[in-house]
Design a protein around this ligand. Structure first.
Ligand code: LHQ
Length: 255
């Protein structure tokens, strides 16, 4: 249910159940988790791009699987979704959500768990949980208020209304919007740019900034000092400074 391909240092993960709007099954949750682990291990991979096949990005949990009214919701989330969301955070490489179409429910949550969100002008985000009486899950209650602020987060979660790409851009819910006709080209160009940057430094930025959101100033300053020791020991730091002194463009290798 997931296609995994590495090109130009980018691991492209395509959620591939187009006739079901790429809705999640247990298999898909597991395959995304495994693909992220694989991308983390593969030193050739310097950026990860997550997208959906067909018209949708991801419509959330496949409701066909949970419609009989006898679902262990807590177990469902703890076993399937929570490990997947945590893996986005553990992956110390930039992850882009290339939101090609609608992202709803847990499909919106995984887009929020990515580090950068790019959207097609035909895409939309729907915090669909409330429409079926549920609570935003898969990190929805963590990421959404941190990205758009508590006021807007509560509104989106309580109304479940569809947010079109342009409005999502205005809210800071997505970083860029591109015309649908050239969406994947633009998203891949963005990914290639990220893949050419100091990968270890970026991994440390990701870890430190996310940690900073949950720590006080003093703890964050201390963690920055630690992270800088690690970043300062990379080849890319040496190359960056050398290139600056020599007034030329740096050639980063991700080491
Ligand atoms: C789908 C789905 C879908 C199956 C579209 N499942 N087929 C965690 C723990 C435990 C349990 C529950 O869930 C969770 C986490 C969650 O994610 S809860 C939230 C689950 N997701 C939703 O409630 C979203 C439901 N879908 C929609 O609201 C709409 O389909 C959206 C807004 C995504 C798209 O609307 P449209 O563009 O109007 O398309 P559509 O509704 O016509 O859907 C297209 C097809 O995709 C259709 O199939 P069909 O055979 O009739 O063409 C839908 O049935 C199917 N589909 N979402 N989640």
């Amino acid at each position: 249910t997931i296609l995994y391909e590495v090109t130009d240092g980018i691991a492209v993960l395509t959620m591939n159940r187009p006739d079901k709007f790429n809705a999640f099954t247990a298999k898909m949750n597991k395959e995304i988790t495994d693909a992220l682990k694989q991308a983390q291990k593969d030193s050739e991979v310097r950026c990860i791009l997550l997208t959906g096949a067909g018209r949708a990005f991801n419509a959330g949990q496949d409701l066909g699987e949970v419609s009989d009214g006898n679902v262990d919701f807590g177990g469902f989330l703890r076993d399937r979704y929570n490990p997947m969301i945590l893996q986005f955070r553990k992956t110390e490489k930039p992850i882009i959500a290339a939101i090609n179409g609608v992202a709803a429910g847990a499909g919106m949550s995984i887009a929020l768990a990515c580090d950068i969100r790019l959207a097609s002008d035909k895409a939309s985000l729907v915090n669909a949980f409330v429409n079926i009486g549920l609570v935003p899950d898969s990190g929805g209650c963590y990421f959404l208020p941190r990205i758009v602020g508590i006021g807007k987060a509560l509104e989106l979660a309580m109304t479940g209304e569809k947010v079109p790409a342009e409005e999502a851009l205005r809210l800071g819910l997505v970083n860029q919007v591109y015309p649908a006709e050239r969406f994947m080209e633009e998203a891949m160009a963005y990914a290639r740019k990220l893949a050419s940057l100091p990968t270890r430094g970026i991994g440390l930025i990701k870890r430190t900034m996310y940690k900073g959101m949950d720590m006080d100033l003093e703890q964050t300053l201390e963690y920055e000092a630690y992270a800088q020791e690690v970043a300062g020991s990379t080849e890319d730091y040496q190359e960056g400074v050398r290139a600056f002194m020599e007034k030329r463009a740096p050639r980063f290798t991700g080491r």
